[in-house]
Design a protein around this ligand. Sequence first.
Ligand SMILES: C[S@@+](CC[C@H](N)C(=O)[O-])C[C@H]1O[C@@H](n2cnc3c(N)ncnc32)[C@H](O)[C@@H]1O
Ligand code: SF4
Ligand code: SF4
Length: 450
Amino acid sequence: MRVKAPITDAARILEHGDTPAAYTEWREYLPLLGQRDTDYILQELTFSGFAASEPLGCARRRFSRMLLDPNDAQLDRWMQSLARTPAEDFRDFHIPWLRNLKQIGNPEHTASFLDCYEAGLARPSSVRPPESLIVELTRSCNYACGMCSSRTNGFRQEFTMPLDEFGEYIRVLGPTARTLRINGYGETTVIPNLPNYVACLDHFKYAGQREIITNLSGPEDCYEMLSRSGFFIFGSWDGHTAEIFESLRAGADFGAVNQNLRKLASALRSEPYKLNLIFTVQRTNLQSILPVSRMALELEIGLVLFNMVNEEGGSRWMEERADEIRGIFTEAAKLAEGTRTSLRFPDHIGNAKYDDRRASRTSGTRCDRPWREALINFDGEMTCCNMFNPFSYGMVRHPNLRLDTAQRFERLWNGPNASFFRKSINLSRPHPYCQGCYFLYPHEAEVARS
Ligand SMILES: C[S@@+](CC[C@H](N)C(=O)[O-])C[C@H]1O[C@@H](n2cnc3c(N)ncnc32)[C@H](O)[C@@H]1O
Ligand code: SF4
Ligand code: SF4
């Protein structure tokens, strides 16, 4: 006798998305989740097939652990809500929330998430679409910088957004975006068919500003192509000698990037604002701040952003050396006075304020990004800002779902995770990743308006 082929686990959720989550089983969600949600759920289920067949309405003990051991009243509210939550909402909102909660580490916040969810059911909010859009084309990289977790030993297709998906985001979100950045946690110039992605922008008549942050290691013709296509180029530049540069950026060839930088500076001399540098200040490159500032003046580079490194476990050294760093910043700022190069310094160094008149406001002081910006990661997950804060709004594109991109975007952009994040961002205890953030507002006019 032939065993009847089982229907796919996901069929019920796909066909009857309004089934209450309490009556569904974990395994039914697995084919419909992105990689990060899948990894999270499998870990929580301890990779057990038995646990995967547990109906959610019976999973009180498991939810207690996932919700970080809340009190009985909070857990009761969550369990009761599962009977009213459609399975497709649980997939889109509640699973990302459980992951977000793990980052935040405070069980009390689930009540606020449920408030946002319920308020959205009663009266959906409508925040204007983001004027700043960041699309991570690839998370693969040819370097292995000490401060960064993107280490893939070169280009990897599986960490790269398919061209047609990129086209969809540009078609749908391009018309309302004033700026578009095409990098994330990776090096965009390693993508072999990058010109096709850039061509998408013209194909969909994207009219806003185009930006890229790059380690400047790409082939010369790649930067020519980007310049021709009107990109503002932000090159990462953290050292003034080969020894310092290459020690911070494993895999870099200082001679090659130096050549690229100088060619770009020369090609863009009539539009210096199109070439910018990002200097990530670290313990071992303080002595490079002044020489790199001088080089920027000499090459007539438009802007140098000084960004303090974000290190796991904090950076005690920054506070200990805050006076020294302030002194270097002040000296560099004086060098740039009256020149065509603008240097931007953050308004704090670790916990120490840098309240010089030349310092620029950072998002650590007040942040407007969640209302104005969205980052779509290579795998279709939407997060909140260009600083790679891991807080998830959910997956714009789910595997196995052929859904309208505009509807998906709208659902998450005005969904409960985004609403929760906006509510909590400027409170005294925001997301841990936001504390002491160094995002420097690139356009002062925007700061004045916000
Ligand atoms: C993640 S990289 C991606 C673009 C490209 N691969 C590059 O290095 O320019 C974007 C920027 O983040 C900076 N960055 C990386 N790790 C950082 C960290 N731990 N703290 C602060 N900035 C960091 C890099 O120096 C770079 O300027
Ligand atoms: S080049 Fe950029 S993405 Fe690559 S490891 Fe360095 S900072 Fe990270
Ligand atoms: S990490 Fe937080 S504070 Fe910084 S830009 Fe992102 S949302 Fe704003």
